[in-house]
Design a protein. Structure first.
Length: 302
């Protein structure tokens, strides 16, 4: 009798479930950062599998900038309730008021840089020693430098030159008081892997991941949704286009792609055909400088 061999999605799932169980074993107060996007939805689905039939043994945390897509926020609340997970929401707007921070200005006034303050305050408030995120190595160059267990110092800062070796799937979660670890259970997945897994597992997603009509303006070749969060000028031309989103960030910094893909199969076919990463094609804030993401990560951004 020939033994059963796992296919590649099952291998990725098995690795991620192993990482989740390592998190539960090694840390006292972990939390999962959950935005209502496809990667964090996949993380929650994997966590449910890792700890079934018990409840997920850590809360879901959302750092809300106030500039989110309404569809993603509605899905966030429904999905967390569906899996019976506790949801903690902390708002960047509250941090701006408490710390008297300066609001970003300009056409696309993104609060992404200010998320770091709220995240670090939330870690301190709940004494989290591990934060679980949906970073993947194919997204962006800085994320390719991360280990699966990525240590942050007592100030929340990341040093890419001080990464711990991870040999034979052995993860070292030992930290000093005040430090915390960012953990990336889907680090070895790609965007296409995520979508294939979502299809295989029949995971629900927010509607904006599929083709729909939306009022947009074109900016430097990118289609940006019209909203109260961007500062339009007299040269902007509003048009109604059929679009979808590859990633769900803020409405101020996330562009749509023109698309007729209304099903999982159609989305997957589009991803197979593209040669541009999702962040490279749709994230306006990553284009500020070549090292924009790495600079933010060094200062405590996830």
């Amino acid at each position: 009798m020939t033994g059963y061999r796992l296919d590649y999605l099952e291998q990725l799932e098995t690795e991620s479930i192993h990482i989740f169980r390592e998190i539960a074993a090694q840390f006292e107060r972990p939390a999962l950062l959950f935005s209502g996007g496809k990667d964090s939805i996949t993380l929650v689905h994997l966590a449910v599998k890792a700890f079934a039939p018990g409840k997920i043994p850590f809360p879901l945390v959302h750092v809300d900038t106030g500039h989110n897509f309404p569809e993603a926020l509605a899905f966030r609340d429904l999905f967390s309730a569906k899996v019976n997970a506790s949801l903690i929401v902390r708002k960047v707007e509250d941090t701006i008021k408490q710390k008297n921070l300066t609001e970003p200005k300009g056409k696309f006034a993104s609060r992404n840089w200010l998320q770091t303050y709220t995240l670090l305050d939330t870690i301190e408030e709940f004494k989290f020693d591990a934060c679980i995120g949906g970073g993947r190595r194919d997204e962006e160059k800085a994320r390719a430098k991360e280990r699966i267990f990525s240590v942050r110092d007592e100030f929340g800062q990341w040093n890419p030159k001080l990464q711990r070796p991870e040999i034979w799937n052995i993860y070292n979660g030992r930290i000093h008081k005040g430090e915390n670890v960012r953990v990336f259970p889907i680090s070895n997945w790609t965007e296409l892997d995520i979508w294939n897994y979502i299809r295989k597992e029949k995971i629900d997603l927010p509607s904006i991941y599929f083709s729909h009509e939306r009022d947009v303006i074109e900016h430097e070749g990118q289609l940006v949704a019209v909203s109260g969060f961007i500062n339009m000028d007299e040269n902007d031309i509003v048009s109604k286009r059929k679009v979808r989103y590859r990633t769900v960030g803020d409405m101020t910094c996330t562009a749509a792609v023109e698309s007729n893909a209304s099903s999982l199969d159609e989305v997957i076919n589009e991803i197979i055909a593209t040669r541009i990463s999702e962040r490279g094609e749709t994230r306006i804030d990553d284009k500020v400088t070549e090292a924009a993401m790495e600079d933010r990560k060094k200062n405590g951004y996830f």
